[in-house]
Design a protein around this ligand. Sequence first.
Ligand code: NAP
Length: 495
Amino acid sequence: MTTTGEHVPGDEARVIDAVPTGLFIGGTWRPASGGRTLTVDDPATGKALCEVADASPADGMEALAAATAAQASFAAMPPRERGEILLRAYEIMMERIDDLALVMTLEMGKPLAESKGEITYAAEFFRWFAEEAVRIDGGYAVAPAGTSRFLVQKQPVGVCLLITPWNFPMAMGTRKIGPAVAAGCAMVLKPSELTPLSMHSLAAILAEAGLPDGVLNLVTTSEAGAVMEPLIRDGRARKLSFTGSTPVGKKLLEQCAEKVLRTSMELGGNAPFIVFDDADLDKAVEGAMQAKMRNMGEACTAANRFLVHRSVADVFAEKLAARMGALTVGRGTEEGVQVGPLVNAKGREKVTALVDDALEKGATVVVGGDPVDGPGWFYRPTVLTGVPLEARLSREEIFGPVAAITVFDTDDDAVAAANDTEFGLVSYLFTENITRALRVSEQLESGMVGLNTGLVSNPAAPFGGVKESGLGREGGTVGIEEFLETKYVAIGFGG
Ligand code: NAP
């Protein structure tokens, strides 16, 4: 742990005090029914930051009613005006980036520099979808027989339910809210109870930017299932957009089946990171640091399995271990810190159990391999070699700063191992051979491929997975389609 410089504690109190702590329903901040609250903790200290309203199922239904009431007029708002609201919100976010980043670091743990990166990334979704709002197109065509005409138009899907996780508390919200606003959909949003403050801050910014009352309703709750299930089964909402774990996503898909809701599912990952013998190893190590250590490894896109060609495995492990071992671990508010705490005790226990399991099955520690003593949920950046493919580390999302290295001998072995998972979000590969790069990119069963890069996320690109990593895409030109229905009008033309 480092003690290199302290963030001014007064700033911490100021930014936390400025976050609205109620439920945001119909354009009004108000307490939860019965005055219930839940506590938001700082994972770096384990201490409480503040209390926020804890919605009940009845509060959830009020939020749905408010969204339903706002839907028709919002759908009728000119697209340019919807886009301008997003653009104003983008500008406010960028003006307040320091405060928003500090709130995020306090509730979630990531270092301030990473929080600032996430605020920028999150705000960019608003800028991107502000531009997309005015490009919703349609079509007009002559039927093949010539006797009728086809008019095709895009309409908002209607009221949307949005559920977001704790690991990217701002960006996972804007990635859904941006296209929903651009398309003309009213929403009920439920952030994770672990990190609600970023979405509370954002709801206030959107109101300031001119979003009409009732378009975005925010229900933070300690009873996610009890509050959201009745909303999903109600029928007034026409879509669920969920980002979170695969087991919860599957449960929600079942619930959506009852009223046949449209769904977008951004679920878990188990990304392979393949290093071929012709890779530029320095580039591969740089990519590995990005793909593994962004967000302390708590990312759906995190490299989970390092598959490295036998001939370069020792050098790669040595170089990666040198970089990982040199990282400064500490409270994300402190200057120079590169690795913050994991989000809670449960998250750290899982990482510890996965590493212990791999060691029992024959893996070797090159660096790290254990939790950090003291307050907060810190885990040392870790590199393990000789991780067998049957170890839990190879099969489950680690969600922590642990790089698990396994060797391979042939391209076919690498691809087979990479695809040997029920997940399919992202794969990374490093090679200087263009033919191999393109062939393997095609063979990998994932929605995204990082080719000689450890970072794939970009608001202007389609983000999403195949297999049990999800359904649909967020961002890019397809992102808005998730919030639009296609309506076809057949026009009789006589004859
Ligand atoms: P999670 O436990 O599935 O929770 C995600 C969200 O769902 C949270 O808001 C959670 O609320 C809520 N939730 C939990 N149970 C629910 C239920 N029965 N009904 C309705 N909502 C429910 O996942 P997490 O631990 O927060 O996030 C980590 C997971 O998200 C990882 O698997 C990661 O890969 C995935 N993820 C995927 C992407 C992607 O784009 N594919 C991006 C980021 C994260 P509470 O937290 O309040 O319980």
